[in-house]
Design a protein around this ligand. Structure first.
Ligand SMILES: *[C@@H]1O[C@H](CO)[C@@H](O)[C@H](O)[C@H]1NC(C)=O
Ligand SMILES: *[C@@H]1O[C@H](CO)[C@@H](O)[C@H](O)[C@H]1NC(C)=O
Length: 313
């Protein structure tokens, strides 16, 4: 069949393809973005590990692996996770020059911070940044004002950084409250529950909240997450004493699909989940809950390791 493709059609396709390629190749990078990217290539070590800047000084010409630009030659996306940047560092002033950047993924690299060890505090905000992934690096803390530099943030992941009781300042996190969709800060030694993230009026878009394997202590308050859009909640495995009455917050989290509360000190009766029509996973293993489970068949339930389950409270 392929041999019977009409020649004019084939030619037309080739012309269109050629024109597209040509258009792409002519969109040279904005000089300020190019300079910032060359500095990022040098300081992070991506020049060495990914060859950024070694074939061409133009980060938009397709030779910079994982870097994408818009038609005006502005860098819009950097995807360089697992790029072997261990020991490289990330300079806040370079990053804040990429004013059209929408996505930054430098996860799983062992990157360190420029000074003081904290996550980079940008001198000017990145108004277009929507996705930020800095998991599994070597940042030591969260500077006040960190989140305010990303007012359009939707998805953030800071998991597995060697922090020591980092502070999530409520007013700083609130700076990106309207669009925030997914917030993940597993295993960074957080000790205070950012309970404001459970507020449906303050964080109306939040769908996923992961704060597992931290040192959260105290109680998840009654009404946390009530009528929110949170579909996924994971606060499992705290190294400190996280407690609270599960029946007093879970029952009001109408959008819940999956909840992971295991290996903590939650107590009181199992929640009434009859109104949680989307619930599929309820994992509360190794707590101190009581009562006889009565979940719908659609829910995968793990309440093992709760000595008072199966008996009336
Ligand atoms: C990056 O490193 C190269 C090679 O060492 C050097 O020539 C260049 O000036 C550096 N550029 C920046 C912006 O740091
Ligand atoms: C937690 O993060 C540290 C880095 O701070 C990492 O070495 C460790 O493997 C992580 N633990 C888990 C269970 O992911």
């Amino acid at each position: 069949m392929a041999g019977q493709t009409p020649m004019p059609l084939l030619l037309a396709a080739l012309v269109v393809l050629g024109a597209l390629t040509w258009t792409r190749a002519t969109a040279a990078a904005n000089p300020d973005d190019a300079a910032a990217m060359q500095s990022i290539a040098n300081t992070t070590g991506a020049a060495r590990s990914l060859g950024w800047g070694t074939k061409s000084g133009d980060p938009c010409d397709g030779t910079w692996t994982g870097v994408s630009c818009d038609d005006a030659g502005r860098v819009t996306s950097i995807r360089a996770s697992r790029a072997g940047l261990g020991g490289g560092w990330l300079r806040a002033s370079d990053l804040s020059k990429l004013s059209f950047l929408a996505e930054l993924d430098l996860g799983n690299n062992g990157l360190i911070a420029e000074t003081g060890g904290d996550l980079p505090l940008l001198p000017t905000p990145l108004h277009n940044l929507r996705a930020l992934d800095l998991r599994s690096n070597r940042f030591l803390g969260i500077p006040g004002g960190f989140f305010a530099a990303f007012p359009a943030l939707q998805d953030v992941n800071l998991d597995d950084n060697p922090m020591a009781s980092p502070k999530l300042q409520p007013d700083d996190v609130r700076a990106c409250s309207s669009g925030l969709r997914s917030f993940s800060a597993n295993n960074i030694s957080l000790s205070f529950l950012p309970d404001y993230l459970g507020s449906a009026s303050e964080f109306p878009s939040l769908e996923s909240l992961s704060l597992a394997r931290n040192m959260l202590h105290g109680a998840i308050p009654e009404g946390f997450g009530e009528n929110s859009n949170i579909k996924f909640l994971d606060v499992s495995g705290q190294a400190s004493t996280l407690t609270g009455r599960v029946d007093q917050f879970i029952a009001g989290m109408k959008s819940l699909v999956e909840v992971r509360l295991g290996h903590n000190s939650f107590f009181g009766p199992l929640p009434d989940t009859t109104n949680l029509v989307n619930l599929r996973v309820f994992d509360a293993a190794s707590n101190n809950l009581c009562g006889v489970p009565s979940f719908s068949n659609a829910v995968s339930v793990d309440v093992s390791g709760n000595p008072r389950i199966g008996k009336p409270c």
